[in-house]
Design a protein around this ligand. Structure first.
Ligand SMILES: Nc1ncnc2c1ncn2[C@@H]1O[C@H](COP(=O)(O)OP(=O)(O)OP(=O)(O)O)[C@@H](O)[C@H]1O
Ligand SMILES: [Mg+2]
Length: 251
């Protein structure tokens, strides 16, 4: 469904992504994992047209969409839920959702909102409330609901569990299984390696702009290097060889 080949992203002289290749097949959940600054968001931005890649190609359903701006990517069925959620605090839940819809008549917008809200029982009865009333976990759900308003077939989420309490994070991860059952294909950017790989079919590990490891989730979870670099830190923070990787601060 999505095929990224030899992607390079640079900000001036800073080379954020240096030759990333990955693919996501229809119906899959794929995790892109890596520490702060590894190039996860830059990869995602280049796929969905927020950033123009310096080199490489992005194709979706066999069509070359490299460098195509975001407003021309969304109509193809690609949605993005950005890092940090970017919910408008002082708007209502409904108003936030409307911002995720595209080129809709009022009637089709209503219908889409109703079908999206079926997946979010915590949001559905509260559409007139301002988003600032929601907890962090609920705001993340709202960000995902907003992403779904454009009726995508493929959705990319950038660190959806960041900053959430474990239970709220689990709720967000559980939602992905539901979305997949509803026919969505998912690319999940995460630092929460264990939970991401628990739900994903496959994963890619990115370090300094390069994919250093890839494979099916169970195999990745058994990988010694990955366990040392990520999972060991999650288990025993005091022993972490590189404590920067696990603070989840997203700086
Ligand atoms: N707009 C920018 N201008 C300059 N450098 C940038 C910019 N955005 C990202 N970078 C740099 O590119 C590299 C990759 O950043 P990116 O945001 O893609 O990483 P990330 O894996 O998403 O990290 P995080 O987990 O902190 O979100 C980092 O070294 C970062 O400092
Ligand atoms: Mg990021």
């Amino acid at each position: 469904m999505l095929e990224v080949r030899d992607l390079h992203v640079a900000y001036g002289k800073a080379r954020a992504v240096q030759g990333v290749s990955l693919h996501v097949d229809e119906g899959e959940i794929v995790a892109l994992i890596g520490a702060n600054g590894a190039g996860k968001s830059s990869t995602m931005h280049a796929i969905c047209g927020v950033t123009r890649p310096a080199r490489g190609t992005v194709s979706f359903r066999g069509k070359d969409i490299t460098g195509r701006p975001a407003h021309r990517v969304v109509p193809l069925g690609i949605a993005q839920v950005p890092e940090g959620r970017l919910i408008f605090d002082d708007l209502t839940i409904e108003e936030n959702l409307v911002l995720g819809g595209i080129t809709r008549t009022r009637a089709s917008e209503r219908a889409r909102m109703a079908s999206v809200l079926e997946l979010f029982p915590v949001l559905a009865p509260r559409t007139d409330e301002t988003a600032s009333n929601l907890s962090g976990g609920q705001q993340q759900l709202l960000a995902i609901a907003r992403g779904l308003m454009s009726d995508p077939t493929f959705i990319m989420l950038d660190e959806p569990s960041l900053g959430l309490a474990p239970l709220a994070a689990q709720e967000v991860f559980d939602l992905f299984a539901t979305l997949r059952r509803n026919g969505l294909t998912i690319l999940l950017v995460e630092q929460n390696v264990r939970q991401a790989l628990a739900i994903a079919d496959r994963g890619y590990v990115i370090e300094s702009g390069r994919i250093i490891l890839e494979g099916e989730s169970p195999r990745l979870l058994e990988d010694e290097g990955l366990a040392r670099a990520y999972l060991g830190i999650e288990r025993r923070p005091a022993d972490a060889p590189n404590a920067n990787n696990e603070d989840g601060g997203g700086q």
